[in-house]
Design a protein around this ligand. Structure first.
Ligand code: PMP
Length: 285
């Protein structure tokens, strides 16, 4: 079945779904987005995702021109039109068509785009064996420059980190902030386990407040685990018993080696396994 893409209220075949070369999303990365999953025909945490979309919009002074309910409905409609029970949704709002100058006030209507497709970020084996990661030389964007809490269309910081992973021959890289504390992976949040307690960097470390991160923190607390937001150094990563990354596309993926240091027993740890199972239960249960 051909994919139908939502653009500004219309559902168009994907080769007809186009934006202008004068769109400030293309020219300047001036826009925002969300990645959302559909499991067994149900959109997972839709309201949380569109809430974050509107927060990103507010932060960059982008008027979406639709209410959150209207966006939710448009997403629902696009999912139904594509007939996929398991899918990945990409909702994108660009500043719209402007001229070659920076002034966003010269842009017309924002472009509202919703794409529904399949996703497979990592091969299934990696969820059993765990992946190897490096820490990146690339520093995570400073919150005072471009706050990582904004899920903006400018992902160059993340792409630089991803390139480092590719050069190192590993699937992921973890960025630190300007103070040397762990921030996040190129497109996922980071968790470690040590002596039975689970830790993740706080929002103040310069991260996206992941929806999966919130879900995993909730899972840990309900399991009765100590779950703390704390600044972590590279050293904390190296001496962790377990480590895993979380994200909408990645879900919960174990990390077993960082910068050549083998973590714990070098395979997926029991607490990661427990969290991964609980997460799958929540999404597919
Ligand atoms: N950090 C970054 C930089 C991301 O792009 C993402 C989403 N891919 C995440 C963390 C995870 O966020 P979520 O769980 O909401 O997908």
């Amino acid at each position: 079945m051909e994919r139908l893409v939502y653009i500004n209220g219309e559902l168009l075949p994907k080769d007809k779904a186009v934006v202008s070369v004068f769109d400030h999303g293309l020219l300047y990365g001036d826009g925002i987005f969300e990645g959302i999953r559909v499991y067994n025909g149900t959109i997972f945490r839709l309201v949380e995702h569109t809430k974050r979309l509107f927060q990103s919009a507010a932060s960059i002074r982008l008027n979406i021109g639709m209410t959150q309910d209207e966006i939710n409905q448009a997403i629902q409609q696009t999912v139904e039109a594509n007939g996929l029970a398991d899918a990945y949704i990409r909702a994108i709002i660009t500043r719209g068509n402007g001229n070659l100058g920076l002034n966003p006030n010269k842009c017309g209507q924002p472009q509202i785009i919703i794409i529904v497709d399949t996703v497979a970020l990592y091969p299934p084996e990696l969820y059993k064996s765990g992946l190897e990661a490096i820490t990146a030389a690339t520093v995570r964007n400073l919150p005072g420059a471009l706050n990582p809490r904004i899920k903006s269309l400018n992902y160059l910081n993340n792409i630089m980190a991803k390139l480092e992973a590719i050069d190192a021959g590993v699937p992921e890289s973890i960025m630190c902030n300007h103070l040397g504390f762990v921030a996040e992976a190129s497109g996922e949040n980071v968790f470690i386990v040590r002596d039975g307690a689970v830790y993740t960097p706080p929002v103040s470390a310069g991260i996206l407040e992941g929806i999966t991160r919130a879900e995993v923190m909730d899972i840990c607390r309900r399991m009765g685990r100590t779950m703390l937001e704390a600044d972590l150094s590279r050293h904390d990563l190296y001496i962790a018993d377990e480590c895993f990354l979380t994200g909408t596309a990645a879900e919960v993926i174990p990390v077993v080696k960082i910068d050549g240091r083998v973590l714990g027993a070098g395979r997926i740890g029991p607490i990661t396994e427990e969290i991964l199972t609980a997460f799958r239960q929540r999404t597919r249960g």
